[in-house]
Design a protein around this ligand. Structure first.
Ligand code: PLP
Length: 366
């Protein structure tokens, strides 16, 4: 039987969970000051760019990449002080690692649990890997973990995976380490501590992965300044990495990414300098935001972004007005009840931060 109506075939063939989803939307940013996606605003000095291009000259793009990415893993171990006895799993961004965990652990009657609001991909990927998604709301106002609710949800739902973004996106806070340890004690499955913003925070659970085999620590180079290369990594007990390796596509980290990230990690001081500057500028931006009448509240942040609340009912209008003025930030209003009237801005270069503050201050006067 042939049909000319793709919609009819889609309705019969595509899994209902996928049909119910909406694709992740990335707004166009061409020509705008881009402060919506936690990118590092800085490029490398010309001399370093030349050295990088020299390294790329030897990249064998006619060959498949090293499936183990052995040299890149060594560079990661060296530059990120990872525990000797732990193993590493590399992903095409940490998004791919979340997908891989879903494929390995997912299926009917398996659940993913995360406090919320948190990173959108946990829910999205649970959806298409056939897992139920349970969100336990964070506490209003300070976005701390609601431990009685977490304990109850873990006991009732027995989640196969718990994601804890540490620091959390989009709230910027870092959860209480003692409470994270309690969740590790209670969890019947794995606990993924997602340290995407580690470079801006400093606190980490990575040293505990060998003694605590249920703990998987996930990181990414994206927020450190290499978003375009797509490299995420999972640090865990070797037994877990061996198992998860079965679901990794053999050449998921391409030749150019292996070569470029290895080069960047061998110049880690440069990335550290940039992230230190961003951390300092975050505090300046925080103080400046607090002074604007249009801003009702700014939350302290341990990441490279700030989440703030506007006067009731004005967030969407302000977001659109900033875009019209050439500055793209993220509108969180409407994405979660706890985030009503909230906007999120990435800490950019001093010039970008100034453009953002000027555009926002202009709102006050209108
Ligand atoms: C940005 C982000 C990621 C995804 O990073 P990629 O490596 O670029 O896929 C993962 N977790 C959190 C909490 C993030 O904010």
């Amino acid at each position: 039987m042939s049909t000319t109506d793709p919609e009819a075939l889609i309705r019969t063939l595509v899994r209902p969970a996928v049909q119910a989803m909406r694709a992740y939307h990335v707004p166009p940013a061409r020509g705008l000051v881009k402060l919506d996606a936690m990118e590092n605003p800085y490029v490398w000095p010309q001399a370093v760019r030349e050295q990088w291009l020299d390294a790329l000259r030897h990249a064998e793009i006619n060959r498949y990449p090293d499936p183990q990415a052995a040299e890149l893993k060594q560079a990661l171990r060296r530059s990120q002080a990872l525990p000797e006895a732990a193993e590493l799993l590399l992903g095409n961004g940490s998004d791919e690692l979340i997908q891989l965990l879903g494929m390995a652990l997912g299926g009917q009657s398996r659940a993913v649990l995360s406090p919320g609001p948190s990173f959108a991909m946990y829910r999205l990927i649970a959806g298409f890997t056939g897992m139920a998604f349970i969100e336990v709301p964070l506490q209003d106002e300070d976005f701390a973990l609601d431990m009685p609710a977490m304990r109850a949800a873990i006991a009732e739902q027995q989640p196969a995976i718990i994601y804890l973004a540490y620091p959390n996106n989009p709230t910027g806070n870092v959860f209480d380490a003692e409470q994270v340890r309690e969740i590790l004690e209670l969890a019947p499955g794995v606990v993924v501590v997602d340290e995407a913003y580690h470079a801006f925070c400093g606190e980490s659970f990575v040293d505990q992965v060998v003694e605590q085999p249920q703990l998987l620590v996930m990181r990414t180079l994206s927020k450190m300044g290499l978003a375009g290369l797509r490299l995420g990594y999972l640090v865990a007990h070797p037994a877990w990495i061996r198992e998860l390796e079965k679901c990794r596509l053999p050449y998921n980290i391409n030749v150019l990414t292996q070569c470029s990230t290895e080069f960047a990690l061998n110049n880690a001081a440069l990335l550290q300098e940039q992230t230190a500057r961003i951390r300092a500028d975050r505090e300046l931006l925080f103080a400046q935001l607090e002074r604007l009448p249009v801003v009702a509240r700014v939350w302290p942040s341990r990441a490279n972004f700030l989440t703030f609340r506007t006067r009731p009912g004005t967030a969407a209008t302000i977001h659109a007005a900033l875009r019209d003025a050439g500055v793209l930030i993220k509108c969180l209003d409407g994405s979660h009840p706890l985030l009503h009237d909230c906007l999120r801005v990435t800490v950019g270069s001093p010039e970008e931060n100034r453009a953002f503050l000027d555009a926002l201050a202009a709102q006050t006067r209108e």
